[in-house]
Design a binder for this molecule. Structure first.
Ligand code: FAD
Length: 439
């Protein structure tokens, strides 16, 4: 490996965006990726006989998502999931009636309004501010905490939750989000199976070391998750400043486990393609959520988030499947065992994955400024952290990771004396689409 201008650690969404942007600005780039594949927390597998995303699934906030035009330019089909949503909610031993669902809708509206109007008291958690006592309140809290954010509401900062709420359409790349990133990484100078174990950034140049040897560069962008940062897998020399370490600490990893169960035969449990299944919960209860037969494919996709996900992750894949079938049996009886296969299931294990250590970041109560603090350039701009955790409104998404990586590359280029203005000729316009507004 020759020494590049810019070194990028990690070939997930942020690393790929950074590499593409830096190259468009005329920089010589090298990406070092610990895994034997690109995409990071976006990974499409074919284990169920058709594409299945173990990680990122939707292109959220489609109207301001930079991956939407990139996918379209490559001719990849994007499907608007919002147009076909249909849901069923299991409550007290039956599927919720139309009347109960209307009550749920009204409760959801009031619940969100109450949280939007809650005072901006620093350190308030989502649970502190959430309405309680209503028939659907525990279900709504479970949905917004464990299911969406992978975290328990008591552990989440209200202001960060509000700032990172997503607006806009949710598109599904038919071939998968992982596949989309693979396509966008084509032709980039990425070295796989190259875990960085040491990063020296105290001198005039940065130096990365690992089993691959050593690479020096004028600047580095590190895109690993806050879970990896906290694990100490990369020894920074000198250590990261206390303010950066505190910011990473204030942005721990939530966990969402995703798994797919194949249909055993023709029985589709009377569920439509893209049917959503959830349960009404009492305070303290936890449950999985489900999407049936996406694109008419012969698998049911299940999700578990927050504390339930961490418990199942520690217990292993077999325990996850046991739990999944026991929940399905509650709703469908023994028919669930006949309709779905236990063998050949695809189960994501992001909690046990040493290169992720969770699904995506959330902010601890009082940590609403941590995302901006994590993005502050270090060593006179020689070192920058980037990735989903660094984006203040699109955190926890591919879009946030992409914007963060691309922005870090532009700043690094300026540090290295390659101003974006100089390279406007190469097609870079200096315009960044506005991220979707929080709330
Ligand atoms: C189950 C699940 C569902 C999700 N659903 C969605 C969704 O529907 N829509 C959405 O937008 N987002 C979703 N996300 C979140 C999305 O996947 C992430 O926000 C995004 O992929 C993060 O990208 P990143 O580049 O910041 O980090 P990563 O993807 O983690 O990239 C960092 C890279 O660094 C590598 N690395 C780690 N340590 C080292 C090291 N020491 N040396 C070299 N390389 C290293 C990793 O292997 C990885 O490839 C989901 C995530 C999960 C897990």
């Amino acid at each position: 490996m020759g020494d590049p201008d810019l070194l990028i650690v990690g070939a997930g969404a942020a690393g790929i965006a950074a590499a593409r942007e830096a190259r468009s600005l005329g920089l010589d780039v090298r990406v070092l990726e610990a895994r034997g594949r690109v995409g990071g927390r976006a990974h499409t597998v074919q284990d169920l006989g058709s594409p299945f995303d173990l990680g990122a699934t939707w292109l959220h906030a489609a109207q301001s998502n930079p991956l939407v035009p990139l996918a379209e330019a490559r001719g990849l089909e994007l499907f608007n999931h919002d147009l076909v949503r249909s849901g069923r909610t299991w409550t007290d031993g039956h599927w919720a009636t139309a009347e109960e669902l209307a009550e749920y809708d009204a409760a959801e509206h009031a619940w969100h309004e109450a949280l939007m109007l809650a005072p901006d008291t620093p350190g308030l958690s989502l649970a502190d501010a959430a309405p309680r006592g209503g028939r659907w309140d525990a279900t709504l809290l479970h949905w917004e905490g464990p299911v969406i954010c992978g975290a328990e509401p008591e552990a989440m900062d209200l202001a960060d939750w509000r700032a990172t709420m997503l607006n806009g359409s949710n598109l599904l790349p038919r071939e998968g989000c992982g596949h989309l990133l693979e396509v966008l990484a084509e032709g980039l100078p990425i070295t796989l199976d190259a875990p960085v174990t040491r990063l020296s950034w105290g001198g005039r140049r940065v130096r990365a070391e690992g089993p691959f040897g050593a690479v020096e560069a004028g600047a580095a962008i590190v895109t690993v998750s806050t879970g990896v940062l906290a694990s100490g897998a990369i020894a920074f020399d000198p250590p990261l400043p206390v303010a950066t370490q505190e910011a990473a600490h204030d942005l721990p990893m939530g966990l969402l486990i995703k798994f797919g169960l194949r249909a055993a035969g023709e029985d589709r449990l009377d569920l439509p393609a893209f049917g959503g299944l959830e349960r009404r919960l009492e305070p303290g209860e936890r449950a999985m959520t489900w999407i049936s037969w996406p694109f008419g494919r012969a698998y049911l996709s299940g999700f578990a988030g927050g504390a339930l996900a961490w418990d199942l992750s520690a217990a292993g894949d077999a325990a996850t499947l046991d739990h999944a079938f026991s929940e399905l049996r509650d709703m469908f009886g023994a028919r669930a065992d006949r309709a779905l296969r236990r063998d050949g299931a695809a189960v994501a294990s992001w909690g046990r994955d040493p290169w992720a250590r969770g699904a995506y970041s959330y902010a601890r109560p009082g940590g609403s400024a941590a995302r901006a603090a994590l993005s502050v350039p270090l060593g006179g701009g020689r070192l920058r952290l980037a990735g989903e955790a660094c984006h203040t409104s699109l955190a926890a998404t591919l879009a946030g990771a992409w914007y963060s990586g691309a922005a870090a590359a532009r700043e690094a280029a300026a540090t290295l004396g390659r101003s974006p203005r100089v390279t406007e000729r190469t097609g870079y316009t200096g315009r960044v689409p506005a991220p979707s507004s929080g709330g």
